[in-house]
Write a protein that binds this ligand. Sequence first.
Ligand code: F6P
Length: 545
Amino acid sequence: MDKHRVWQQLEQLCATESSLHLRDLLQVQDRFSRFSFRQDELLLDLSRQRLTTNTLTQLLQLADSCDLAQWIESLFNGERINHTENRAALHTALRLPAEATLEHQGEDLVALVQTDLQRMQHLVEQLHQGQWRGFSGEPIDTLVNVGVGGSDLGPMMVCRALDGFQAPTARQITTHFISSMDGSQISGLLDQLDPARTLFVVSSKSFSTADTLANAATALDWLIRASGLTTELLARRHFIAVTANAPRAEAWGIPVENQLHFRDWVGGRYSLWSTIGLAIAVRIGMSGFRALLDGAHRMDMHFRHTPFSHNLPVLLALAEVWNINFLGIHAHAILPYDGRLAHLPAYLEQLEMESNGKSVDRQGNRIEHHTCPVLWGEIGPNAQHAFYQLLHQGSEAVMCDFIVPARRYADQSDALQSQHRLTLANCLAQARVLALGDAAVDQSNATPWQRYQGNQPSTLILLDELTPASLGALIALYEHKVFVQSVIWNINPFDQWGVELGKQVANSLLDIIGTPATTNRFDIATEGVLNQLHGQWSDRKNTEC
Ligand code: F6P
């Protein structure tokens, strides 16, 4: 059936089903078994989504009407589905096992990826064995990843999540992440570091991102001042470039021997699986890194080969499409009930909003319906004391993702284990109250301001445990969900033209910050502030004189 027709049918269905309340849907005895799905160590529970079997059947027809199966094959086969940049999106190739085969543009991609990984492994071993030495001959004990967006958020999120998986025999290498353009992170950090033992990993696919290059320049300046040595020597001992643009990294001063590479068919926000994951491999060892890749690969295989009716990324995507396009829910909260996943919301903000935050389709036409919702999040238990008030009693409909491991602290103290039980109880309680509202307990005597409407849909993702493999599967689940939604919305999820204009305009302003604004070059508001800045800077100069 054609997409337009299925879409209309879903609209009609919504007219009758949108009034259904989760407190009634959750009365159906087999609802949990019908709406929860397992893949390896990950359970996807959609029973608190406002779906009926009928809705799901029609949503699956919507997926078929958009040729989803064909698009999935195009993704995995390396077709140039990122058509506005004329390239493939082959992050799944980074997770293929060494014995797999995949040719792309006449190249053996698996061999290429394995070579990159082996170079990364060599570097990780050198660091772990204390063989990488700084300018004074002392071994490096601190790694600072300098990057932004996908060259920061992915490795930082995973390093934090898997902090407990450090390779026991490896030397401890402390890892820091620097991203902010304004220098506030790096200026605070440098005071605490020993320049002779610090290695900067400049992570940038393009090696042209102003934020990253500014931080790298500050790091280099700090090393020069501390050592009195030349840029050339310091770049050899204290800088690694991780990039898809070797010539630019070399022009910056980092020789090819100090570079790790990945290819332009890996999107920035899909790059943690590439050598951009160096900080992860240093933290958890190469075997841990390979387990992360393997967990993601198993989710890839599930996504590619499982019928849509049992396919986790497809089902998750469709449940959200129902919320966004039919129930009119345009806010999405990411709520991990595990502090190790503290950076997951920020990571998903980029993955989802940079991929699908678009309103023009693949053919260049304006899209008439909603696409990616506003997405934000926080560690769930902390958010309970902050913005949950709005989730429970505000005027906005919000869909929520609860993410929690079933087991934690297995071989640690009883006190910590009871903290985990407390966390699980809170996670389930919040999902229950959001769904059922007042009906979660007897609220018959409640005042109006103590009432809870409920019917806020949520997804619960239960990991058996948080491990490199389960985290890999979790991230791949979200990546593929985003892809499925892009197919339904007819969007290219792999470009990000919306961020380019701001960079261009910043460049045009850079040279004149602090000088009086010439009229009519910008707009009244910008020129007003430029003149204010000029006034402030001249006052400061006069005072200093
Ligand atoms: O400006 C957006 C963006 O291009 C992201 O897509 C990307 O992850 C980030 O900047 C960093 O880019 P790079 O790795 O090239 O420095």
